[in-house]
Design a protein around this ligand. Sequence first.
Ligand code: GLN
Length: 325
Amino acid sequence: MGATPSFQSILDDLYDRYKSFNDGQVASYIPELAKVNPDLFSICVATADGRVFTTGDADQLFTIQSIAKVFVYGMALDDHGRDKVLAKVGVEPTGDPFNSIIRLDEHSKRPDNPMINAGAIATTSLIKGNGPTERLNRMLDMFRHYVGHDVYIDMSVFVSERSTGHRNRAMASLMRHFGMIDDRMDESLDLYFQQCSMMVTCQDLAVMAATLANCGVNPLTGDRAVPGCYIRDILSVMYTCGMYNFAGEWAYKVGIPAKSGVSGGIIAVVPHQLGIAVFSPPLDSHGNSVRGIKVCEDLAQQLELHMFDPPMGCSHILERIGHEQ
Ligand code: GLN
C-alpha cells in the first residue's frame, strides 16, 4: 500500500491535471477584465488552524468581483441585524444569471438574494457611514480583517465598471423606486463598483474563505472579521445561491458553500476545516471559472468534502493534513 499523498502534492497534482484545460472565455463585458492573461492559474488552501498551501500564480493580483458580495453581506448583517437585512434582500436562489433584472418587479420588489448583482447593490446600500469616504473606509477595513493586510482598489477596473455598468444602474434605480434602497443610490453604486474592483491574490481568497471556516476569525492574525452568529447566514446563501444559475448542480456535485466572480476566482468553505480558493480567468456560460469548477469537483471528491458525504467525511480533513508545515 502506498503512503497517503501529502496535502501539498494533492494540490500540485490538481494544478498539473487542469493547467492545460483550455475551455471557457475571459469576461469581456467589463472592458478592463478582457486584458487578463487566460493562462494564469492558482489553487490555494488555508486551514482553519492557520496553515496555507499554494500552487501556481498564488501572488498574482486580480479584482475580487462578485466574491466581495459574500463579505459585504456579512457587513450589512453586522450593521443592521438579520431582520432588517432580510426585509431588503431575500435568500432565495433564482436560477437566473447573476445580472438578471427580470425578477425585480412590482410584486417582489426585494432582490431575491445577496449573491446576485441586484441583491449585492441592496446590501451595499446598507453599509453605514457618514458620506462616501467613511463608508468606503469602513468597507476596506472590513476586508482588511479577512485578508490580514491592507487592500486596494484597481482604479482602471473601477472606472471601467462605473462607465459601463448601465444594467447595474438600472437595477439600482428600480430598487430606489421600490424603496428598497435609499437616496444615496449613486454613492452606493460607486461603493458596489469599488468592492468589485478590490485587488486580491488567490492566497488572500483562501485566507478569507478560511476566516469563514473559522467562525469569522482570521486564522493567521487572530482578528475577528465578522460576528460568529452571522456565519450561518453567510454560508447558507453561499450554499444555495453562490454559483448563480449553477448553484443547484454545484450543491449536488461539490456540496460545500462557495462563491465565484467574473474575474475567475472561486472560494469554497469547509466549515471548521478549510478555505479553498482557485483562480483561473476563463469562464463558462454561467460566469464561473471553468478550471475552478473542475478543481473543486475533483478536490471535493478526493477528500470527501461534500457536506452529505458519509460519514460526514469532511470532519477528518485536518487530521489527514496532520502536521504538514
Ligand atoms: N462587477 C461585476 C458586475 O457588476 C460583478 C459580477 C460578477 O463577478 N459575477 O457585473
